[in-house]
Design a protein. Structure first.
Ligand code: CP3
Length: 330
């Protein structure tokens, strides 16, 4: 049997119909997600229960026939494995406790993630890929040092003061260990979500080098598992990031011009992206036109259609059906 289309594209093959998945494809915009979440009692209760988490992982694949499932979990399981308290409060986003004094990670604290992967891989058809993921070390440091989302001033100031070396070293080991374990138990591809790369005061030092170290460790243990890097918000240096880190493919946010990416990035790396989630929320003629524009710009090389960031919680599911019919030309 041939490999799932997502893996073919990530390994550098140009496909006539680009494979499709969406960041945050499982989530509050889906009624079946909201129903299960209400029953479970909250996001963390659902994410830490392999039966519920695997069901939520599969929901969008069933509904839309997407080419890949992405593990239903969160990047903040890594700080949790490092012993930090992590809580998700309704309508408020994540809140973290103080950074623990000892930075030894214990992946057995998040064994539920690996159980979820095993269950999803068993249930998923062979032509669909399962994507595992982790936060990039810098993005995890942003949450760990600031305690919550926002402008991450405490983390950015600590980086300027040169105080984050030991934490970043621990995060490289934790992230690499977490990704290796996901590949070992059944993830077919891995994505590194460096969602706050654009806020980093020293991208070469705190984004590129730590990611390179993570990729090196994961490659050594899982040489056949493609890695997608998603350094969201970089204003320059996408090629340097890909070249230096050694990721297999680049996830582009919506601010990267697709025609520029086709000329400067795609000849060397498969690219993934980059429809604006606000355009998917808008729907209608704007959505049609954007899907066509991005597909036309990037279909000349290896390409995975996706958003530039996650699905917004108010997105009508019908807009995803519309996206798919335009993308597939039916
Ligand atoms: O993409 C997927 O469908 C897989 C699941 C997934 C979640 N979080 C589930 C989730 C993934 C890949 C993530 C990654 C994640 N988590 C990132 C990187 C990607 C990005 O969005 O930039 C970040 C920064 C986080 C941290 C985080 N987790 C935040 C800021 C929040 C609150 C956001 C919100 O919309 O309220 C979460 C909670 C979270 N993680 C939800 C989901 C579906 C919402 C939980 C809910 O209330 O049901």
């Amino acid at each position: 049997m041939t490999a799932p289309n997502l893996l073919r594209a990530l390994r550098g093959e140009r496909l006539d119909a680009p494979p499709l998945w969406l960041m945050r494809q499982a989530g509050r915009y889906l009624p079946e997600y909201r129903a299960l979440r209400a029953k479970a009692g909250g996001f963390w209760a659902m994410a830490s229960d392999p039966v519920l988490a695997s069901e939520v992982t599969l929901q969008p694949v069933r509904r839309f026939g997407l080419d890949a499932a992405i593990l239903f979990s969160d990047i903040l399981v890594a700080p949790y494995a490092l012993g930090q308290d992590v809580a998700f409060h309704e309508g408020q986003g994540p809140v973290l406790g103080p950074v623990p004094p000892s930075l030894d990670f214990d992946l057995s604290r998040i064994g539920f993630v690996y159980d979820t992967i095993r269950r999803v891989r068993d249930a998923l058809p062979a032509d669909k890929a399962l994507i595992g993921f982790a936060g990039g070390p810098w993005t995890l440091a942003c949450y760990m040092l600031s305690g919550r989302g926002g402008d991450f001033m405490p983390a950015r100031a600590a980086a300027w003061r040169g105080e984050i070396g030991p934490l970043m070293a621990a995060l490289v080991e934790t992230t690499a260990g977490h990704l290796v374990e996901q590949a070992r138990v059944g993830a077919d591809a891995l994505q590194i979500f460096e969602s706050w790369a654009g806020l980093c005061p020293d991208v070469p030092r705190w984004v590129v080098e730590p990611t390179r170290a993570v990729v090196e460790r994961v490659r050594a243990a899982a040489p056949d598992t493609p890695i997608i890097g998603f350094p969201r918000g970089l204003t320059q240096g996408w090629a340097t990031y890909a070249q230096t880190t050694g990721v297999d493919a680049l996830g582009l946010d919506e601010r990267v011009d697709a025609a520029w990416a086709a000329e400067h990035l795609q000849p060397r790396w498969p690219v993934q992206g980059n429809l604006d989630p606000a355009c998917l929320l808008a729907g209608g003629r704007a959505l049609d036109a954007e899907v066509r524009r991005i597909r036309a710009a990037l279909s000349g090389g290896p390409f995975v259609f996706n958003l530039g960031h996650g699905v917004h919680k108010h997105t009508p599911p019908e807009h995803i059906h519309a996206l798919i019919s335009v993308l597939r030309g039916v």
